[in-house]
Design a protein around this ligand. Structure first.
Ligand SMILES: N[C@@H](CCC(=O)N[C@@H](CS)C(=O)NCC(=O)O)C(=O)O
Length: 217
């Protein structure tokens, strides 16, 4: 199997963490986002969205990070990352939909507009995008905080793929123009999960390495 991603891609890091957690043998190709690799005809033929991640397993090509995490977990019998029990499984899927559609969609917009753009000199912050995203983030952060006040992980007593999905933007919390102080359970969860070795190993070596082709060892 082969994973296409770029260094530090939050959606790609979910998948890299799952690969590491399950000790799967997957070749990882890091594309250079800034050189336009994702717009190349070869890559767009694999993923017409021109986004990462994309998994290739023989003739099967799969994009959408949460679908990839489910597919990989299902390939390893008996693992606990994506439980077989229908209710636990639906719970995992529920949080993966929620993070993509609501919480991290809003967090990602605020992080990109207020932190990533200034950091990488990508133009002015678009306040018309930031304003509704802040409203959505303020609506969803208490939901996550309330859940984490009562549960150590998103589902059950251990890490599932829902956790790797939920934490994908944790490294952008500091520096993003949102007041996280009221959400102490979210902060504690992000701090704890940040040190989980499978997640930590997917981290970029530095903020400036994000999106760039890795230097040859
Ligand atoms: N819903 C998609 C989103 C993929 C996505 O937006 N990936 C980002 C990197 S985290 C990307 O490739 N961005 C490049 C671009 O938007 O041009 C997924 O979960 O895989």
């Amino acid at each position: 199997m082969k994973l296409h991603t770029f260094v530090g891609s939050p959606q790609g890091r979910k998948v890299e963490a799952v690969i590491d957690h399950l000790a799967l043998k997957v070749e990882i190709e890091y594309h250079d986002f800034f050189a336009g690799d994702l717009r190349s005809p070869d890559y767009v033929a694999l993923n017409p969205n021109a986004r990462v991640p994309t998994l290739v397993d023989g003739a099967f090509v799969l994009w959408e990070s949460n679908a990839i995490t489910q597919y990989l977990a299902d390939k390893v019998p008996g693992n606990t990352l994506f439980p077989r029990d229908p209710q636990q499984r639906a719970d995992v899927v529920r949080w993966q939909f929620w993070e993509l559609a609501h919480f991290n969609r809003a967090f990602g917009t605020v992080a990109f507009e207020t932190l990533v753009k200034p950091r990488l000199n990508l133009g002015p912050t678009d306040e018309t995008l930031v304003a509704p995203a802040l409203i959505e983030l303020a609506r969803t952060a208490p939901v996550l905080d309330g859940h984490l006040a009562k549960h150590p992980y998103m589902v059950g007593d251990g890490i599932t793929i829902a956790d790797y999905s939920m934490i994908r933007l944790e490294s952008y919390r500091t520096g993003t123009a949102f007041d996280w102080a009221p959400y102490r359970h979210v902060n504690a969860y992000f701090d704890r999960m940040r040190n989980v070795k499978h997640w930590a190993r997917s981290a970029p070596p530095s903020p400036s390495a994000v999106g760039a082709r890795p230097k040859a060892a």
